[in-house]
Design a protein around this ligand. Structure first.
Ligand SMILES: O=P(O)(O)OC[C@H]1O[C@H](OP(=O)(O)O)[C@H](O)[C@@H]1O
Ligand SMILES: Nc1ncnc2[nH]cnc12
Length: 503
């Protein structure tokens, strides 16, 4: 059928097209049916919403669809019902434990990028990968398909360094120190990050507290060619676009299937033209990789995948058994990272990890002799050169370079938990800390999160503060308090863990 476009001020996070009930009856269309819209060379897919927002003879186009293609009010489009895409068969094959062929993977990724697959099918794909995994041939095919369905960046500086954490550990603001240290040493590091996947704050969520993170490829090229670094959100770019679509399902389910994680991280690095990549695998209880043996196996996969992509990859297995630093949540982490860059020092867990990772990159990039990278990284941090580089990054990304940690607003609805007993801290539960910060509103509410006053091994007296929850609303604060009471994230030796009666 041919209908006229009506642009609707609707933004739902879904690719919906709105059709009047009578029109839908005539065309035998039902809610959530997939349709193809064609106008000249433009083709877009969307799911049907039956609505009186549009009249007969019209099709309502949401702002989500408009982001993919520009349509003008009154433009005539042809609407064609679209059957189940071929890729759904391949998703079912993976659900049944089959091995996908290269062409099948390419079809799935193309259909994801073209929005032929809806959230429900994409979530099924992600879930099938969580359950049945991928082998290295499948991972390499997935990585290349993800990169080649988007744009590629070509920066006129070499070598191109990169760092990426597989994440999972609360408070992981480390790379916000690593990037300016490495760039201050004269290396080029165009860092893309995702927003939170399983945590309460991804690096992109934290950087966004002091600067913009959404840029076009041309803008990134300009920034990186000028100052040697950027810290941007990978999802704003058309770099490996399937990645950010699958991340949406991963985030909703709080899962990060290993094969997809490898492809997702490495496809962005490939598309950014990174030549030397350092992968950080935090390891410990309550993170994505719990044992060092598992971390080694994953490290081998990253290195092998790098070889297939023509990249030199090294992996750092790091300690992730408790949160990094003393803060969790975008604004609180931004404060702590900025404080550490300004002072050239900070919590041991943050400074040791950041200078350790930066040191490896300095050696990989050939600016520090073998074994001297960490010392050089620490000197750069302590000298204030990393802070100066951070100021340049903030300024180039449209933020205020003079910003001070205390200028960053944090949630003013607070509640502090205290030690129920005296003793040593024996464990801090990563998953519970993330759960509390998310219940408080992080990462969407930038000011929400947790300030931690203790770390494992420290001694506390009964009544000492353990952590403060910050939220931007009383309702969120209450939810986080309930979650914290239920999970008791901080263990103190001698503490009564549970009292059970009358079973
Ligand atoms: O912890 P969760 O949310 O699972 O993982 C996602 C985080 O891990 C990576 O960190 P980085 O950009 O290398 O610092 C991603 O970019 C993202 O910020
Ligand atoms: N799946 C993923 N995609 C991008 N960055 C990540 N960091 C950790 N997991 C990731």
């Amino acid at each position: 059928m041919k209908v006229k476009v009506r642009i609707l001020d609707v933004y739902s996070g879904r690719y919906s097209v709105f059709i009047n009930e009578k029109e839908a009856m005539k065309a035998k269309l039902h809610p959530d049916d997939l349709v193809k819209l064609e106008a000249g060379k433009k083709t877009v897919y969307g799911s049907v919403v039956i609505s009186s927002l549009v009249k007969e003879g019209e099709i309502g186009i949401s702002r989500d669809v408009l982001q993919l293609h520009s349509f003008s009010e009154g433009e005539v489009v042809t609407v064609i019902p679209s059957g189940t895409p071929e890729s759904v068969r391949y998703i079912k094959k993976k659900m049944n434990g089959g091995k996908l062929r290269k062409v099948e993977i390419e079809t799935i990724i193309k259909d994801i990028v073209d929005r032929k697959l809806r959230d429900i099918e994409i979530s099924s794909f992600v879930t099938s990968l969580e359950i049945n995994g991928l082998d290295m041939d499948e991972i390499a095919a997935l990585t290349i398909a993800m990169a080649e369905t988007g744009d590629m960046l070509d920066i006129d500086r070499k070598p191109i360094m990169d760092v990426h954490s597989i994440g999972g550990v609360p408070g992981n603001k480390t790379n916000i120190l690593v990037v300016p240290i490495v760039a201050a040493a004269g290396l080029t590091i165009p860092k893309t990050s995702s927003r939170a996947i399983t945590s309460a704050a991804g690096t992109a969520d934290v950087v966004e507290v002091f600067a913009d993170v959404s840029f076009s490829l041309d803008e990134i090229k300009r920034i990186v060619e000028k100052i040697g670094a950027c810290m941007v959100w990978g999802g704003a770019l058309n770099l490996a676009p399937a990645d950010d679509i699958t991340i949406k399902s991963e985030r909703a389910l709080s899962i990060d299937p290993t094969g997809l994680m490898l492809a997702s991280i490495m496809s962005k690095k490939y598309a950014m033209g990174s030549q030397y990549v350092l992968i950080d695998i935090p390891t410990g209880k309550g993170v994505k990789v719990e044992s060092v043996d598992q971390a080694r196996a994953l490290a081998r996969d990253f290195i092998e995948l790098g070889k297939r992509l023509g990249q030199y990859v090294e992996v750092a297995i790091t300690y992730g058994g408790q949160p990094i630093g003393h803060t969790v949540g975008p604004a609180l982490e931004a404060r702590e990272a900025l404080q550490a860059l300004m002072a050239g020092t900070g919590p041991g867990s943050l400074i040791e990890k950041a200078t350790g990772l930066a040191g490896v990159l300095l050696e990989m990039g050939g600016v520090a002799p073998a074994g001297m990278g960490k010392k050089m990284a620490r000197e750069i941090l302590e000298s204030g050169k990393a802070y100066q580089k951070m100021r340049e990054i903030i300024e180039e990304q449209g933020g205020n370079p003079d910003i001070k940690p205390e200028d960053i607003p944090v949630g003013d609805k607070t509640y502090t938990f205290t030690a129920p007993t005296s003793g040593y801290i024996t464990a801090i539960d990563n998953k519970a800390i993330t759960g509390i910060a998310r219940a408080a509103g992080a990462p969407e509410d930038k000011g929400a999160g947790i300030e931690l006053y203790v770390k494992v091994g420290e001694k506390v007296k009964e009544g000492d503060p353990l952590f403060t929850i910050h939220a931007e609303s009383e309702a969120r604060l209450d939810q986080a308090i309930v979650f914290a009471r239920r999970t008791e994230p901080i263990r103190i030796e001698g503490m009564v863990l549970q009292r059970i009666g009358n079973i």
